[in-house]
Design a binder for this molecule. Structure first.
Ligand code: DX5
Ligand code: ZN
Length: 221
């Protein structure tokens, strides 16, 4: 099982993102949190910022859209050249149509679930998707504590993905650190967002490599 670390720049210096992204060359993708103060009670940045980041780095971009009316806005991020675009299923009127549109525009299509949203109603959508993101905090802010309550859903999602076959990534986001990543590996995650754990470290890239090594070791057990 491949392990990917996708650091979130939410807790980085947002006025100096080009430099901040250059500090984490070991990242598999760069996770960008778009918030609109509607779907979540916080506001970050939108498409113009992502377009500027796209132009400033060759790193792969993993866009996490925490926005309302996502069917309308998500395709623009794929058009901007993001490698992966994640929409929240709670914010989408037509997730199948949206996922197909994202893939047609050349992006990976990814669907996110809040902690209290069950996976089972969406099991039949797996053929349309390249990644499932399970939030392990309530979305909206970096630096929150990991919610163990999501682990049973993570295990059930892993079982659904294994039964489906193929190579759909299973990402967790929120409170991922050296003290929580192994629980997520054990429950079946393979792709890990880490924001504060990476950017509060003295050497962010060393933390990315260390989280990856720790997850790989846990996966091999
Ligand atoms: C929270 C965001 C996360 C956040 C993670 O709603 O989706 O990506 O930046 O930050 P940490 O790792 O600090 O929980
Ligand atoms: Zn995120």
């Amino acid at each position: 099982m491949g392990i990917r670390i996708t650091p979130s720049i939410l807790n980085a210096d947002l006025a100096d993102l080009k430099h901040e992204i250059a500090r984490i060359p070991s990242a598999d993708l760069i996770h960008l949190d778009v918030m609109d103060n509607r779907f979540v009670p916080n506001l970050t940045f939108g498409l113009p910022m992502v377009e500027s980041i796209r132009a400033s780095t060759d790193q792969l971009l993993d866009i996490h859209l925490m926005i309302a009316e996502v069917d309308r806005w998500a395709p623009g991020y794929a058009e901007a050249g993001a490698e992966s675009v994640t929409f929240h299923v709670e914010a989408s009127d037509a997730p199948v149509r949206l996922a197909r549109e994202l893939r047609k525009l050349g992006s990976r299509a990814s669907m996110a679930l809040r902690p209290a949203t069950p996976i089972e109603p969406y099991a039949d959508l797996l053929p349309e998707l390249d990644m499932i993101l399970l939030m392990t905090v309530e979305p909206g802010f970096g630096g929150q504590s990991f919610l163990d309550v999501v682990l049973p859903k993570l295990r059930r999602t892993r079982a659904l993905l294994d039964a489906h076959g193929g190579d759909i990534w299973l990402q967790v986001d929120g409170g991922i650190s050296e003290s929580t990543i192994e629980r997520c590996v054990d429950a079946g995650a393979d792709t890990f967002v880490a924001g504060s754990a990476v950017f509060s470290a003295a050497d962010p890239d060393a933390m990315v490599r260390s989280l990856k090594a720790q997850a790989e070791a846990a996966g091999a057990r």
